[in-house]
Design a protein around this ligand. Structure first.
Ligand code: G6P
Length: 372
């Protein structure tokens, strides 16, 4: 049967509403006695014990999921991780071999750039693992191992629920490998599992509490010509994803920056009225990083920026300097990107809708790019 919108105004609206299930369904069946055990990775313990580096390759939104995953993979497994665009990796004579695990990420499993990079990695002797949302697609068939995301079919060209599922799968991979290598204790492993399992409910809370308000102010911003996004640590790839989504479906110039880079260039762009989304890291996780981002907000506010802060509940430090504060529930370390991206997906959709655009079929783009 043809996919149907199930009462939603667009596939994208339906798919954003399915972000909680995309995370929950990707976790399901992969936790045993409180620890992550991914059944598809059974029999790979020796490989995981032996590898000395991981290279994540992908394109578009999937590459930003990879960039988030790097933080968890390195923190939990202590294996060095590089994240690279598939088309760049493939053509630069990378240093890879049997000690390298190349993790590809692709919703469709058919992206030609990613497929060619996986084949190339295999020819060069690397081990390959595919994170994919489409059963039986080409990229998983060409890989040594597969961890499927269970986001369900994604129809809208701009990826949303697959993105949160990809981050979830990377976290599961990280916790699985960390268990095998003994780099995370069983108590810590259980704690991370509980935090990950709590994410779907927290995404639902964001959708319930903030969606209408975000859509409303996106509506007022229909004439905006440029939007900037700032983030730090795991919030940095989320800033890039927020900008990409806005470009893709609303055709507005948008750029994401690492907040720490502001003073090295991007602050020159700030003029009165410039909208800037800032993903504010949790002060509970790092008071230092939080205070640095709050300073960035003060700096851009002083130059007239219109600041939309995405901050955790109870973070009062941002209130004096933000024009809007979008709240995300308190969550465990590294879980924030799975929450902070939700308001950005809603915003891009709200703005494109306010401009009267077809959010599911943006001009010039294809869901799956099967040419190099
Ligand atoms: C296309 C789509 C993007 C997607 C990218 C990677 O460019 O328009 O939304 O992120 O391909 O697709 P994949 O199926 O490999 O995740």
């Amino acid at each position: 049967a043809a996919a149907d919108k199930g009462g939603w105004s667009s596939f994208m609206a339906k798919e954003v509403s399915e972000e909680p299930e995309a995370v929950a369904n990707t976790i399901r069946g992969r936790v045993r006695d409180g620890q992550v055990v991914v059944p598809e990775l059974d029999g790979m313990d020796a490989l995981f014990a032996d590898i000395s580096r991981i290279i994540v390759i992908a394109c578009g939104t999937a590459a930003y999921a990879g960039a988030v995953g790097k933080y968890a993979l390195e923190q939990w497994t202590r294996i060095p991780v590089d994240v690279e665009l598939a088309h760049e990796f493939r053509y630069r004579d990378p240093v890879i071999g049997p000690d390298t695990l190349v993790v590809s990420i692709s919703q469709s499993g058919e992206t030609m750039d990613t497929l060619m990079a996986v084949k190339y990695a295999r020819e060069r002797g690397a081990r390959t693992l595919s994170i994919c949302n489409t059963q039986g697609a080409t990229i998983p068939r060409e890989s040594d191992a597969i961890v499927y995301t269970h986001a369900g079919p994604e129809v809208a060209v701009a990826s949303t629920k697959a993105f949160v599922a990809q981050i979830t799968a990377l976290y599961l991979l990280a916790l699985h490998v960390a268990r095998v290598r003994g780099t995370v204790s069983s108590a810590e492993g259980e704690q991370h599992v509980r935090e990950l399992e709590a994410v779907p409910e927290k995404i639902s809370q964001i959708l319930d509490r903030e969606q209408a308000r975000i859509e409303e102010f996106a509506g007022w911003m229909a004439d905006t010509r440029s939007v900037l996004f700032l983030g730090r640590h795991v919030g940095y790839p989320i800033a890039l994803e927020g900008a990409l989504k806005l470009k893709e479906i609303s055709y507005i110039h948008a750029e994401g920056f690492a907040a720490g880079e502001l003073k090295h260039g991007p602050i020159a762009l700030i003029e009165p009225g410039q909208p800037v989304f800032v993903i504010v890291p949790s002060p509970r996780e790092s008071a230092l990083i939080h205070s640095k981002v709050v300073s960035n907000i003060q700096e851009i506010r002083a130059r007239g920026a219109r600041v939309i802060a995405i901050a955790e509940e109870g973070d009062a430090a941002v209130l004096p300097f933000a024009d809007e504060v979008l709240r995300i529930p308190l969550a465990g370390p590294l879980m924030e990107p799975l929450l902070a991206v939700v308001p950005l997906h809603i915003f891009a959709m709200g703005l494109a809708t306010a401009k009267g655009l077809d959010v599911d079929q943006p001009r010039n783009l294809a869901k799956s790019v099967t040419v190099e």
